[in-house]
Design a protein around this ligand. Structure first.
Ligand code: 6PG
Ligand code: NI
Length: 184
C-alpha cells in the first residue's frame, strides 16, 4: 500500500535561490500538442496551460548534480483531451526521473522506445519513478490545478523534437467522465 503523505508546498520554497528558471507555457506555445485542431484554434491562446519553476544548482549538462522542479498544470481540456505538458525523452536517453504529486488529480503518461504507452494515476502523495529511455508527460484530469515535483539528473537534458515529430502513441481523453488512454 502506498503511504499517504501530506507535505506543505511552502517547504519547497527553501530551494529557491541561485539558478532558478521559471517558465510558463501558454496555449499558443502548444501548437500540435493536442489532437483536436479545431478545439485548439477555438481555445483562448493566452491562457497559461502549465508552469514550471526549475531549481538548477549546477550548470545544465554537468554530470553528478540533481535538478528539482515545481510544476503546475491548470485544469481544462482541448476538446475532450486533458491539459497536459508537451512531454519529452531526456537527451541522455537512459536517465530516469522522479515525479511526486502534491495536490490535484492527474496522470503521468509514459512511453518506451518501442512506443508502448501506459499511465499512472497521480494524486496527493503518489511517487512515480520514470525509468530511463521513457518519455513522460503529465495531464491534469481534475478540476483544480495539479501540483507536482520532479527530480532529475543535471545531465539529463530534454529532447522535445522526437515527441514533436512522432508524438506519443496514445492520448488521454475524458470518456464518460473518466480518463481513458486511447491509441493513436
Ligand atoms: C524535466 C521534468 C519536468 C518537466 C515539466 C514540464 O525533465 O525537466 O520532466 O520538469 O520538464 O513538467 O514538462 P515539459 O518539459 O515536457 O514541457
Ligand atoms: Ni523529464
Amino acid at each position: 500500500m502506498r503511504a499517504k503523505v501530506n507535505i506543505d508546498i511552502a517547504n519547497t520554497e527553501k530551494l529557491v535561490g541561485k539558478g532558478v528558471k521559471d517558465s510558463k507555457k501558454t496555449m499558443s506555445q502548444l501548437i500540435g500538442v493536442f489532437k483536436d485542431e479545431e478545439a485548439f484554434k477555438a481555445a483562448d491562446q493566452d491562457q497559461v496551460v502549465y508552469e514550471v519553476q526549475a531549481y538548477m544548482p549546477v550548470e545544465e549538462g554537468k554530470k553528478g548534480g540533481l535538478f528539482w522542479g515545481n510544476s503546475m498544470v491548470y485544469p481544462g481540456k482541448v476538446g475532450t483531451e486533458y491539459h497536459m505538458t508537451r512531454g519529452h525523452f531526456h537527451s541522455n536517453l537512459d536517465t530516469g526521473e522522479y515525479y511526486w504529486c502534491l495536490k490535484g488529480e492527474g496522470a503521468l503518461i509514459m512511453m518506451d522506445l518501442d512506443r508502448n504507452c501506459w499511465y499512472e494515476e497521480m494524486k496527493p502523495g503518489t511517487l512515480h519513478y520514470i525509468p530511463g529511455n521513457v518519455s513522460h508527460r503529465v495531464a491534469n484530469t481534475g478540476y483544480e490545478p495539479l501540483f507536482f515535483n520532479a527530480c532529475w539528473p543535471s545531465d539529463a537534458g530534454h529532447d522535445y523534437a522526437s515527441i514533436e515529430k512522432e508524438g506519443f502513441a496514445a492520448r488521454l481523453f475524458e470518456v464518460d467522465g473518466k480518463p481513458q488512454l486511447i491509441k493513436e
